[in-house]
Write a new protein. Structure first.
Length: 127
């Protein structure tokens, strides 16, 4: 593997947690290997590995972009990642309020519902 892949995998594990990455790696197949390599090198080994902004800020940006573009399926994963990125519930709400104003109330509303249920699951797991 390339240095960028190794950096990406380390970053991915740091942000998403070993359990998530281990499940994703176990589900990887020959078919989706090129895609998995692309996101590990590109998203995790380049964008997320860059220290120009904090992981907290990057987490907020990611959640806002996912909500604004209607890519809701990844919001719970990135809400769970806030436990590792340092983005607080208040940070996430501020990001989603921006989505409401600049991208639409229905998108923000749906993202908030997903965030609420994911936070509730996270709290249930720790109690």
């Amino acid at each position: 593997m390339t240095d960028r892949y190794n950096t990406g995998m380390a970053t991915r594990r740091s942000v998403l947690g070993d359990a998530h990455v281990n499940r994703a790696e176990a589900a990887k197949s020959d078919f989706d290997l090129p895609f998995q390599t692309l996101i590990t090198e590109g998203a995790w080994g380049t964008v997320w590995a860059d220290d120009s902004i904090s992981r907290r800020e990057r987490s907020m940006l990611t959640l806002a972009l996912l909500a604004a573009t209607g890519n809701f399926e990844e919001i719970p994963m990135h809400i769970r990642a806030t436990a590792n990125t340092g983005a607080s519930k208040d940070d996430v709400m501020q990001a989603l309020l921006h989505v409401a104003i600049y991208a639409g109330v229905p998108k923000a509303n749906h993202a908030i519902k997903l965030a609420k249920s994911t936070y509730a699951e996270m709290e249930e797991m720790t109690s």
